[in-house]
Design a protein around this ligand. Sequence first.
Ligand code: UTP
Length: 414
Amino acid sequence: MDINIEEIREKLTKYNQSHLLDFLSEITDDKKEQLLKQLSDIDYEKINNLYNNLKNFTIPIDEIIEPLDYYIKDDFTDSEKNQLSEIGDKILMQNTYAIVTMAGGQGTRLGHNGPKGTFELNLYPEKKSLFEILAIKIQEANEKYSINIPWYIMTSEENNYETISFFNEKNYFGLNKDNVFFFTQNKLPLVSFNGDMLLAEPYRVHEVSNGNGDIFESLLKNGLIENMKNRGIKWIFISGIDNILADISDPLFLGLTINNNTQIGSKTIFKQNAYSQDWVFCKKNNKPSMLGYERITEEITNAKKDDKYLYREINILCHIFSIDALEKCAHVELPYHMAAKKNIYINDEGMKIFPNKPNSYKFEKFIFDSFKFFDNITLLRVNPEEEFAPIKNPEGVYSPMTATKLYIKQQNNE
Ligand code: UTP
């Protein structure tokens, strides 16, 4: 092995991460090799800077915050709906539409053992996984428009193998294998609240996916933007794996984005609870952006014009990007955020600890940070009962139970 352990030791000492070698004498030679290889690949300077900068992050005071226009789906007349849908239908019929599903998250809140997409809902009398629910929607769109929508699924190094095995086991849910692509996003080490990198095993640093904003770079790196272009794809729908009501081929949303002459579009829901911690859409320095809850004052949350709230649109991770917009985002640098999450770790005594509350920071890029690279975005407010049932928590809000109820209600209404 061509790895100089003294060099590694020196680096670890410099960045206060020497504890990562605490169990070196207790592990087998092949595990030792694995750990040293991983340690020599980590960019300590980057992690150190991210931790220090984000820990001391202060909100820029000179940003100009303004409201962002939005449409309300229910406000369109039938004739308007038809006109917009016709525009979207055309794109779909031409088979120039693709779907990207972000399934690289850890699902730490849900705590399911395996990729979140393999989580099964009890949809009486049968069970369906989140991947299957999406696959059925794609199959339905394929039949409706006589097309073959390519489906690009973002995984992480942690869950890529299991995700692909699941698709094989389920025979791709009847979809044509040639139209389903998996790509793995990048990863970064987790750190404790003090900045110490965590071990997932005595022989492995705990590295996890670096946020859904890595989607652009990862698509590019895996040759999939090229793949889309070769297939003549013009518009791409992007959503998370866990919203089982996401309308993955909504011609009205697509038509509205095109008609509005914007390269990107996003669905929103109304923020009912003015004081919840949800972020809202806004303009920052004249560019589309999101406003963090710590910046949403009483005045902002209650601001209205012509009876319409100005800052109450919540992002539900349902986006449309043109192929040019997608490619542009793959060449810009998105900032990192630091999120507190629950993650297993090996303690000083070599014991694996399963914390019951957040104990570590994950460094994440967010897809919404790409919006500021555009002059405008088309926002369409939809009804959450119809289009938003995410599965985040084992119980309570946004849980399998709440999502199942809405899903069954929707199925029965159709
Ligand atoms: P969340 O931020 O809700 O994270 O992701 P999560 O992993 O599902 O759950 P928690 O926070 O750990 O409990 C929103 C969407 O973005 C994807 C997720 O898979 C989900 O579809 N995502 C998130 C990624 O693809 N990669 C990431 O690194 C993070």
